[in-house]
Structures are given as C-alpha cells and as structure tokens.
Design a protein. Structure first.
Lengths: 98, 397
C-alpha cells in the first residue's frame, strides 16, 4: 500500500485477476464465529456444509483427508457477518465479541 | 500541406449537422445517445448515415442518457472509438456516469448543444449544463461557429485518445444559436480526415485473453492516488491540444487556440466571453474601436482545463476585464467563468479590475447593446475604482 500514484495501474484497473486476496478484510469484524464440532454434520460425516455454501467471503475452510474431516475459519477474510451461525442447522456455530 | 480548394466540400450546415458530419468522418465504432433538444439533429443525422450504410458504427438507441453514457463507457472500455451527444436535462441525467467516464479514463467525445437547466423548463441556450459538469473531469471546448464545431469534433478524438491524456472531451455549441443556424462549413475529404484522426490505439482495453477489472473499489488507501493520476492527465491536455491543432492547421489553415484574442494588445478593457457570444463581442469591439475606445475581446474556447497562466498573460496589461457569462453558481462569490479568471489573475502584479456580468440565461438574447451596456458600466466602475462582485444584465429588475 505504499505505492505512489505512478506506481499503480491507470484508473484503478486491476491487471492481475484475484488481487483482492491482498486486501485482508478480517479487520472489519466486530464478532467472530466460533465452531463447536460436537454436533456438526460436516465433522460427523462430511455432509451439510451450509456454512461453506453461504459464506460470502469463502472464509469457511472445510477439508477432508483420509476420511477425516476438519473445520476452520480464515480470519483474514471473515468479516463476522454471522451468516454461517444463522444457517447452521445444528447450532454448532455461535458469534463472540472480538 | 494545406488541402487544395477543389478537394473541399462546402455546405450550408447547422452546428448540429456539422458535428454529425464530423462524427461520420471520424470512423466511430459506437454511438450511443438519447435525443434531446437542441442536440437531436446530431444523432438524427448520424442515424441516417448509419441507416444509409454510410458509416459502420453500431448505433445504440438507449432508454436514457444515463444508459447512453454507460454504453459509451462500456464500448470505450473494449477499445472502441465512441461518441455521444446531449444537452441540459439529458446531460444532467448522465451526471453520475460522466464522472465514471473521466475517472475510468475513457476517451469519449461528447458533443453538447448547451441549453438551460430546469426549472422552469427551457429549451434555449445558456451554459448551465456545461458548468454543471465542470468538475466531472471532462475536457471542455466551447465553439463559436459551425465550422469550429466540425473542426473541434475531429480534433477532440485526437486529444481524448492521446496516451498522455486519455480523457473524455466535451465539445459545446450554443443551443439553437449555433445548433440550428445554418452557416457555411468547409468539409475535408474523407481520406484526409481518416488519416488525421487515425485509429484509436487503446492502452488497456478489456480483452478476454488478458483479463482485467475496470472501475473496481478503491477506498481510503488508493482512491486519492487515482485522482492524482487524473489531475495530471487533464493538465497534459493543453500541450496535446496545441500539437493536434498545429497538425490540423497544416491541413486546413485554420486554428483557434485555447482562446482567441481580438485587438487585445493595447486594450484598456477586455471583454471575455465564450461560444457564440465571442462573435457578437468582436463586432461590438470593432464598432467601439472606430469610436476611439481601447477595447479588445478574448473568446475562451478551452474552459477545462482552464488555461490560467495564458489567460493571466493575455489580460495582464488591461485596466479591466468585463466577463460575460451564461451560467450562475448560485451562492458563489462570483460565477464560474469569473471565479476562474479571478484566480488566474491573483498572482499578477497589477491586477485588472474584474467585472462579472451574468447574461443570457434561458436563451435571453445577448445583443450587441448588452455588450455596450456592460462596457459602459465597466468604464464607470473603473472611474469609481470599485465594481460589484457580479451583476445580472438583461434581466427585468
């Protein structure tokens, strides 16, 4: 972010697609989602994934390796909107003040 | 080399028709516009050229001026040569997208038949619409004749598309006074125009094989830097304008400059006005000169960027400048043209007295007597050593 006016593309054009990755929006967050794996269907059998589907920032990270499921948030981009907590059918996600 | 007379086509054309002919010869790719008086003939004529197969451009009849300018931005983004036209309320409806066109550095040529803004609704000429878009980032060139409208429209593409500039250009003619009056216009042969305007060489067009995003979000961290770029770009316009005009002069023998001076060298009072008022002012000055008055005229063509230093130099030795302008900035210290001139003169050692006359709103005729009245008033103010910041002239009060 230290570039001068003549070190950036003209008119705000983005010439490397996907450079919004460089813009970390996690700092906007007032509340963060906390995940409880106990009743989570993804953790149980790799189903559901509603939090992943609805997350507008692709900040829910669901992974599977050798039949083992894991769950994480990417707090660099999670803005704390709470959609995941709202959509979770098993109340496995709650929001906590930052 | 100047084009020989037998190659030139002479026709009686209105200002609108002259612009339409220039657009026809400029090899547009896209024209998107919505009709509004008194600009309508520009698009009407151009659409006839398109219907008759005389031009290859895609003509997009849109549902509003907001869409017209948006379509122009989109077309310009892929590298097309683009033009549009509007006036008054239509121009006002474009307002949001005018800023986008300039900020996104789209070299669109925007021809305007300058007209008053509502309310009350009024179709006649003043410069309220042009002054309303004054801060949008467009280059603004105001013309005095149909010939100049034709010439300026051709030159506008070269200025806009120049890589040092890359900004949209507004070419203004006075609504009805110029847009609907027939004047003698000399038109260049198609091949000469084709060579002069060339083909647009886009710097960073939208292209699927080299994806890029235009007009994205830029907040506190970058927005200001883009404005810095834009400011520097518009300040390059005078230099490019001079280059382009020198080239045009070689072909046609015609030039206008950023402003035109008429008998200003030894003038004690200089009348400063834009567009068609320039012609009237020059006639008035000639008559007053015969009576021994030391008066001259500056007819300003380039309002944005404002040629402040050159204007200051040209006005420097006068005792007073009588500005005649067709727009009001309600509540401002003085009105748009006078604000610029005052600022331009602030640093000069012996500042001439500045008298600002607001005239001709809503198409009220600005006759030679209006100029004489303003001139006489200016002389009185000089004698008294004091002038009002501005006054309206030609209104019943």
């Amino acid at each position: 972010m230290s570039e001068k006016y003549n070190e950036i593309p003209m008119a705000g054009n983005i010439i490397e697609p996907g450079n919004s990755k460089n813009y970390k929006t996690g700092g906007w967050r007032a509340e963060k989602p906390i995940h409880d794996p106990k009743d989570c269907l993804w953790m149980k059998n790799g189903t559901c994934g509603r939090c992943w589907i609805f997350c507008p920032d692709m900040a829910v990270v669901l992974t599977e390796k050798d039949g083992k499921y894991s769950y994480a948030y990417n707090y660099d981009y999670c803005k704390g909107c709470g959609i995941c907590a709202n959509e979770c059918p098993t109340q496995s996600i709650h929001m906590e003040k930052e | 080399m100047t084009i020989s007379k037998d190659q030139i086509k002479v026709e009686g054309l209105t200002g609108d028709a002259a612009i339409a002919h220039a657009l026809k010869q400029a090899n547009l790719d896209v024209l998107a516009a919505y009709p509004i008086t008194p600009q309508t003939i520009i698009v009407e004529d151009y659409q006839r050229f398109a219907a008759d197969g005389e031009v290859n451009a895609a003509v997009i009849p849109v549902e509003s001026e907001h869409s017209a300018m948006s379509a122009c931005v989109g077309a310009s983004a892929v590298g097309a040569r683009v033009a549009t036209a509007s006036a008054s309320a239509g121009l006002a409806l474009m307002w949001e997208v005018l800023y986008c066109a300039a900020s996104m550095r789209m070299p669109i040529v925007f021809t305007v038949a300058n007209r008053a803004l509502s309310a009350p609704i009024n179709i006649h000429n003043d410069h309220s619409d042009g002054m309303g878009m004054r801060d949008s980032g467009f280059i603004q060139l105001y013309c005095q004749s149909s010939q100049e409208a034709y010439d300026t429209t051709l030159m506008a593409f070269r200025i806009a598309e120049n890589h040092k500039v890359l900004l949209p250009v507004m070419v203004g003619i006075d609504g009805f006074i110029l847009s609907h009056n027939v004047e003698r216009v000399e038109m260049l042969p198609d091949d000469v125009v084709e060579k002069f305007v060339g083909v647009r060489d886009p710097v960073q067009p939208l292209n699927p094989s080299k994806p890029l995003t235009m007009g994205p979000l830029a907040l506190t961290d970058y927005y200001f830097e883009f404005k810095e770029q834009q400011d520097r770009a518009i300040m390059k316009a005078p230099e490019v304008y001079k280059e382009v005009e020198a080239e045009f002069e070689k072909i046609t023998g015609r030039k206008y400059g950023m402003f035109e001076t008429h008998k200003t060298e030894d003038a004690e009072i200089i009348i400063l006005a834009m567009s068609s008022m320039g012609g009237t002012a020059k006639v008035v000055a000639d008559v007053l000169r015969e009576k021994g008055e030391k008066v001259g005229v500056i007819r300003l063509k380039m309002f944005r960027p404002f040629p402040a230093e050159d204007i200051a130099k040209a006005l420097g030795n006068a005792k007073a400048v009588a500005i005649f302008e067709k727009a009001m900035s309600f509540g401002a210290a003085t009105h748009p043209l006078a604000l610029e001139v005052r600022t331009a003169l602030y640093e000069t050692k012996e500042r001439p007295m500045i008298v600002d006359f607001v005239v001709g709103l809503g198409g009220r005729d600005v006759t030679p007597t209006t100029f004489v009245e303003g001139y006489e008033k200016t002389k009185e103010y000089l004698k008294a050593g004091k002038a009002p910041k501005y006054e309206t002239l030609g209104v019943r009060k």
